[in-house]
Design a protein around this ligand. Sequence first.
Ligand code: NAP
Length: 509
Amino acid sequence: VTSSSSAPSAEPSWHSKAASVDWDVRPFIDGEYRDPAADATYEDIDPATESALCEVSVGDARDIGAAVASARRCFEGGAWWEQSPAMRAEVLLKLADLIDEHQEELAILDCLEMGKPIQAALSDAGLGATTLLKSWAGAAEHLLGQSLPLTPGTAGFSAWEPRGVVAAVTPWNFPVTNAIYKLGPALAAGNSVVLKPSELSPSSALKVAELALEAGVPAGALNVVPGLGSTVGEALVTHRDVDFITFTGSTATGKRIMELAGRSHATPLILECGGKSAQVVFDDVADLDDVAAAVLRDAFPNQGQVCAAHTRLVVHKNVREPLLERLLPGARELVPASPLEDSTTFGPLASPAQRDRVRAYVDSGLAAGAEPVLQGEIQESGGCYVSPTIFDRVSTEMAIVQEEIFGPVLCVQSFATDDEAIALANCTDYGLAATVWTRDLSRAKRMARAIRCAGIAVRSSADEGRFADFRSELVLGYEPQKASGFGAEMGVKGLESYSVPKAVYFQGL
Ligand code: NAP
């Protein structure tokens, strides 16, 4: 682990700002922090040092009962959903401004709780969270129904109504933006929300709930209950007064939540789950240096802990060797360092459990005969630091190819024909993202249709153009495929997910 020394400055360092955090991770219910019902707690661990940051209540059904009751009261009272979409949009825009003002505070919480490098955490809490919120605020007034042709004495139209009480469950990899992905469309559509953030990173979601109240979201419209998935999470998704479930996390938990929702009262839901995305490189690419830079950037963002990380390089056999040669020097430069340094771009993994998971997959790849052209170092204690591993000569049945590792491990698969490339790109249960590198337009169109995923980029150069700005994808909208989940969250389509259309007929009026 390296840690660069920063030049002397009047501004306190991130380390001293982190040391002065005043932790309050109690449930935020009905517009205030409340003591949890249960006494039992667990330690919130800083993965950069493996020392405890604070104690968090494991939570139980009583906290969820109070939060759901508050959300229901707020919904039935109409303080939020009966406001016009334009008024709700104004409040959400105010919340975006407040998040921007509190960007540093939010970023330090995410940095400490899940090890996100501070500059990346600032970008998530600033540009990421506010851009997302503004996109749903902008969409709120465009959630329009349809009307039947008028006939004498009759009129018929459809109206979108909020679903009611929304249960949201989120993971730890982008704590603040994961929370916004759920509460943004849910609140824009007029629902009340109970959010259970990951046990590893509950604090920034709690801070957002506090800011939402200040922005004008009424008490009870946004409740946040920290705690464990097995207690708080299950109590929430099985609560009989929940009208809709929105989940982001692993496919295994998504399947479990589907089961629970079915057994509860067939609660409708949307799932954003795992991925094992392919970076497909044909031998007609112009510049392999460009491709190598993109492969590294897409495989190891957030230390590989991104649902859409491109953790499989599917490369034409003619360019496999030269591409690997170009990849390795850049991958060796990804040396993990303290997330509290401005210069750090690659931090620790989010938890000791995540480090164990990555170690187990690396061991399984070695045992199965994959060739580690780069084998990352794994720090065993005092920080969950793991550097990248690249496996060549893998086969499709290996666990490292089929399963989501959620860490810095890239598998290299090679092909000779377009059909083989498609088969490899589609060879896992997942369907989240893909990138294809080619200059051949007809091949590009075929790949775009044949690869099953939520979003695909077909590229001939490293120039990101307008797609560097992630607002483009907010406008286009997408849905995961296969075991990566289902349901839209972005734009007006996202607001439709969090609403129900009602048909209304007037006769003889
Ligand atoms: P996870 O273990 O599935 O947990 C996600 C959330 O579900 C956490 O809040 C967790 O609580 C909760 N949970 C666990 N078991 C539950 C249960 N039985 N009932 C209700 N809630 C339960 O996932 P993770 O490790 O936090 O996050 C990594 C995963 O998220 C990866 O698979 C990644 O691909 C996926 N992800 C997907 C997207 C997307 O948009 N598709 C985006 C980001 C992340 P605890 O924290 O207490 O376990």
